[in-house]
Ligand binder design. Structure first.
Ligand code: DHB
Ligand code: FE
Length: 282
């Protein structure tokens, strides 16, 4: 059976792509953010996942407001990158893992998740940037991916409780996949940020740190909040932290729990509180 080796999470601000492109990692503005990654690079070099299941949110590229699935699972052989207008460099297509995609899709539907299956799926910065951050030496990361899109763009959003259940079901499906592959789960987005409206620039450090701590010590903590409570606490785009919750829930299938490899928190990049986290299943 496949082995679920751990989880990764990072913010996905488009400006990061510009900084990587221009080689600004050591500039004073960027260094505290990029300094969060080398310990995780070391760990990834050791554990070498073959496949990464990525919880991310499309920002209006592949799904627009006229048709917005709550949960959508990619089942493509490759995922082409495009973006929704930020001007960051486009990356080469990322290879998919249709075998795991279809296994996940079958298992999720059997467990009553009414997902959309996508045999074609364009992916934006939320799906591509994290791979440049976690595998900076590679033009495309040496892994196959299964993208799972969670709607955090158009209200109503899925509840945190529902996202947690989805993540757990994904973890169970990975463990029951008949394969000798090593699989990691990844979350992209957050932490607290609001890009528009009266509260544009809103950041909530206290909430973010509590949330980060819950990833280690109390994974269900954030499931107490409704979608609007999450907006209040984390900002209209800070609700992207639902992706982190799904990633963490997937790891609860590890009977002996998880060990933190490394985390980092830095305010701000752009208008956003940034976080990075790696957890290893024990
Ligand atoms: C920013 C953050 C995001 O999550 C995003 O998708 C786009 C922009 C930002 O902080 O600039
Ligand atoms: Fe975003």
């Amino acid at each position: 059976m496949a082995q679920l080796i751990g989880g990764l999470a990072t913010s996905h601000i488009p400006a990061i792509g510009g900084a990587i492109h221009k080689g600004k990692q050591n500039d004073p503005y960027w260094k505290p953010f990029f300094d969060g990654f080398p310990p995780i690079h070391q760990w990834l070099g050791k554990v070498q996942p073959d496949v990464v299941v990525v919880f991310y949110n499309d920002h209006g590229l592949n799904f627009f407001l006229d048709k917005m699935p709550t949960f959508a699972v990619g089942a493509a052989a490759t995922y082409s990158n495009a973006d929704e207008g930020w001007g960051i460099p486009t990356l080469p297509p990322i290879p998919g893992c249709p075998d795991l995609s279809w296994h996940l899709i079958r298992e999720l539907i059997a467990k009553e998740f009414d997902i959309v299956t996508c045999q074609e799926m364009l992916v934006d910065h939320a799906c591509t940037l994290p791979f440049k951050l976690f595998w900076p030496e590679h033009e495309i990361a040496p892994v196959q991916i299964v993208p799972i899109n969670i709607n955090t763009v158009q209200f109503p959003l899925p509840t945190a409780k529902r996202v947690y259940k989805l993540g757990k079901a994904v973890g169970e499906a990975i463990q029951s996949w008949d394969s000798d592959k090593r699989v990691a789960v990844m979350a992209t987005g957050g932490l607290s940020h609001q890009l528009d409206g009266e509260r544009a620039g809103f950041i909530n450090k206290q909430f973010d740190l509590q949330f980060l701590d819950s990833m280690e010590t109390n994974p269900e903590w954030a499931t107490q909040f409704s979608d609007l409570e999450l907006v209040e606490k984390a900002g209209t785009q800070g609700v992207e932290l639902l992706m982190w919750l799904a990633m963490r829930a997937a790891l609860t299938v590890s009977a002996s729990g998880v060990r933190k490899v490394h985390s980092n928190y830095h305010i701000p990049i752009s208008n956003t509180a940034t976080g990075v986290l790696a957890l290893e299943t024990v």
